[in-house]
Write a protein that binds this ligand. Sequence first.
Ligand code: XMP
Length: 520
Amino acid sequence: MAATRNSDFDSPFYQPADKFFPENHGTGLTFDDITLATMYSDILPRDTQLDTRLAKKLQLNIPVISSDMDTVTESRMAIAMALNGGLGLIHYNIPEREQLSEVSRVKNHVHGLIQEPIKVSPDQFIGDVLGMIEHKKFGFSTFPVVDDKGKLVGLLPGHVIKPRYAQRKVTEALQPRAQVQTINVKELGKDPISRADKFFTEHLGIHKLLVVDDKDKLYGLITLSDVERITQERRAQFKPARDERFRLICGAAVSATRNAFGELDRDRILNHVGGLVERGVDVIAVSTAHGHSKGVGDTVKVLRGAFKDLPIIAGNVTSASGVEYLADCGADAIKIGQGPGSICTTRIVAGVGIPQMTALYACSRAAKKKKVSLLSDGGITKSGDIVKALTLSKAVICGGIFAGCNEAPGDVIEISGKFYKQYRGMGSLAAMKAGSAARYGHEKNPAQKVAPEGVEALKEACGSVDRVLAQLIGGIQSGMGYLGAKNLEQLREKARYIRVTAAGMREAAPHDVVELKTGN
Ligand code: XMP
């Protein structure tokens, strides 16, 4: 019979986690210090499943989370992450009420419905509309016409927006309200895309569906091209991550907020998280640099006491005792990572932190005992790192990989013909001044002497989250195929590790060639 099992010849070299890490116990190892051995496989990468359960009431369809950082995750990023099956954690470097609105934006997001469509008013000249199209570089030329109270007056069709009509008013050229096909927002139901799809099939030649409310105010717009794109995406392997009411899932980060006397501000924390829960938040992350601390533990206890079923993430820690502590306080999932982040200087400034793979292993045994999930937070620079992290954790949290995406907050900056976006550590001076000082145990007082634990940096602009995630997911699936792992549980079981040297690392990257195209 052909050998489909591990041979004993391999076992001294390629070891399971419980042998490999204890044998390397004196050395902190990170992603590039190790590599995974291939295993017999009858699994094709495209057939692997990536769903992961982080808490009883929190399941993702892909094991990827965007960091709660002010240059990474606000509603746009969280929407894109959830649409791809992952999760975004809205950062807390904004006023509390703004964080509430950001969560509402995600929870109210209707995929395919443009909720603030570009509209024109009846008194405008066609010439003004032409100017707007030119100035804003719109790729479309049909606009809903609304009066000053937001009521729908008609539709301005693209074929009248011509320079020869520049002096004509919109009101002369519009298709009047009575002739415009609309749908009431209530009729969209639970599955707006299928409803709109049916509408477009029934109404030959109509490409834009206007959505109105009971008062005939314009509520939004659905385009045929979006419906067709989304219908295609629905056949994709990884479905959006949704709650039981079919809304996208969303997380929000909070800190261990203190009052003027330096005590934990229980009322404020409970009030704010209560507001987030009312808006439908699916998970709260108590995010600090030092999670094995009284403030974080007490915050988790307060939240667990008040919200019995709310999934709670807490961190960050890098020790089994930290995991046990936060699990005992009531956390469901624990963030592992101190200093691996691409913008972190904690290890340099404080001399503290553990290389990520060793930290994950040390924590994983406590996680198994306490039945909590681990999230590997920081240091991911390539899909191979994610595969390695997932051998010891349930999901990864990434900042830098997403900070250059269109969906990250902030503008694109052009420098010498290249495009960048700002990315900064939450422990950088600028971020702490903007509010995140509590995360690093400092007061939000610029006059005070504080040691920043993060840098302000730039990331090359890298397009949409969809594109970046497609690359990452492809890499994860490929890794699972090599290990013969059908799902993430099997990946954790089948992982066999070996250390690599600097020469081995050099061998792993393209070498001795003139690279024409990079791998990504
Ligand atoms: P990556 O490598 O994905 O890391 O860019 C993102 C993670 O880094 C953590 N983080 C920080 N750590 N100083 C630190 O030591 C900082 O200023 C800082 N800001 C973020 C955080 O865990 C994030 O998810």
